[in-house]
Every structure is written in C-alpha cells, then in structure tokens.
Design a binder for this molecule. Structure first.
Ligand SMILES: [Zn+2]
Length: 244
C-alpha cells in the first residue's frame, strides 16, 4: 500500500470520498510531494471490493493488486526514467481501455508523468479521454501542467496538490530523518524548494554533507538540484521532442 502522507488528508477525503467518480482526474503539483502515492492509494480504493474508502487490503482485488497481477489495472510511465512515454505504449493502453473489466468492477489507469508524452502519444491518449469506456477511471499525474495539451487538461477533473506548509513538512521530516538536526532539516527542505520527499532524497544523496565539505560541494549541490529538477522537467532536451 502506498504511503499516506499527513499533508494529503483533506485531498484524500475530497478524492476518495466522492460518491461518484469522474472518468479522469489530473493530479498536479510540484515534484516531491507524494502525488504518485496519492494516485496509487486512490487506484487501490477504486479497485477494492470493500473500500472504506481506504482499500481493505484483503479482498481478491487488493491481493491481486499487491501481487502486481491485477487484470484491470494499468500503469503507464516512461520505460526508462526521464524518457518519453512512447506512442506505442499509449496504443497498448488504448486497447486495454476498450476491454471489459475482468473482475467485473472498475478498470483504473495511472499515467505518470503525463507531460512525458510527446504530441503523438498525447493525441492517442485523447481518444480514450473523449470516448470513455465502461467504468474506467484514468488517474493522470503531472508535475508541470504547462506542458500538457489544453485538450488533455479540459477532459479531466483537475485536482491541485499543493506544497505542504513548511511547518508540516518539518514535522514529517523530524520522523523521516531522525538523525538530522532541526537545522539540517530546514537546510534540506530549503534545498528541495519545500518538497519534503525531495528533501529526503537529497539527504540520501549526501548533498548536505558535500556542501559542508569545505567549499568543494557547491557544484555537487547544484548537480543534485538539477537532478531534482529533472524529475519535474527533462523533456526540453529529449531527442524525441524534436520530432513532435
Ligand atoms: Zn480490498
């Protein structure tokens, strides 16, 4: 089960507590705040046979999802990190969407990050958004909606996922990084532009120690920050981007 982050409580209630679900949701916000985890929880809840609305974790659907063999669940993401989602991948998804659900419930598709689709892939996806098939719910996750086709955005219920407050992030980081001092956690959160999960990943990369190592580390910090940025961007120099 994906982790439930405390700053997502009200978002979770809004999304999972709906009596009727939209055909497609666009979860958008800065990288490093747990949008993927939120989408995975929602996916599990939508597929679960006894949701409360949290997925029960015990029904046939939950067990299949845990085993990675749920027939009515589809995750579309780049085959390699920071590369494009290819049009052939979207075509495979489209043929999944038109099938009947094998367990008789919903089908749920998770796409992340949506902006890594080039124009051909995005156009192929539009068909699935325009012609909803049965009880299929599409969960689109985006770090940068400015890079999405307006036609994709307009066909989804948009759900903004804001940065948590600094106080909430620091409170969570105190548990996530118990070996760091309060001062160090503030520094990491600043380097991560306020994204708590990015702060943890920067700590794992040893960014703060490098920075402290006598002037040598500034470049490495800049590199690590560039890596962090790349999780939200990265398509500008993509070889496929020129062909779109
Ligand atoms: Zn269940």
């Amino acid at each position: 089960m994906a982790e439930a982050y405390p700053w997502q409580d009200s978002l979770w209630q809004q999304l999972a507590g709906r009596s009727q679900h939209a055909h497609a949701y666009l979860l958008h916000g800065p990288a490093g705040i747990g949008k993927r985890a939120l989408a995975e929880r929602l996916m599990a809840s939508l597929l679960c046979q006894r949701p409360t609305p949290q997925a029960c974790g015990e029904c046939k659907s939950c067990l299949l999802l845990k085993a990675g063999s749920h027939p009515d669940n589809y995750i579309l993401e780049p085959e390699e990190a920071d590369k494009a989602i290819k049009v052939d991948q979207v075509r495979d998804l489209v043929s999944f969407v038109v099938q009947t659900a094998q367990l008789g419930g919903r089908k749920v598709v998770l796409i992340e990050p949506v902006e890594s689709m080039n124009i051909n892939a995005a156009n192929a996806l539009l068909k699935s958004l325009e012609e909803p098939s049965g009880d299929t719910v599409l969960l689109l996750v985006s770090h940068q909606t400015s890079r999405l086709l307006p036609t994709i955005k307009s066909r989804c219920v948009q759900q903004a996922c804001p940065l948590p407050s600094e106080a909430m992030s620091l409170q969570w980081l105190a548990q996530a990084l118990p070996d760091c001092s309060a001062e160090e956690r503030v520094e990491l959160l600043t380097l991560a532009a306020g994204s708590p999960l990015m702060a943890v990943s920067l700590q794992a990369q040893g960014v703060r120690e490098q920075k402290g190592a006598g002037g040598r580390g500034c470049e490495e910090v800049a590199q690590a920050t560039a890596v962090a940025d790349a999780t939200g961007r990265g398509m500008e120099n993509h070889p496929d981007a020129a062909s779109v």
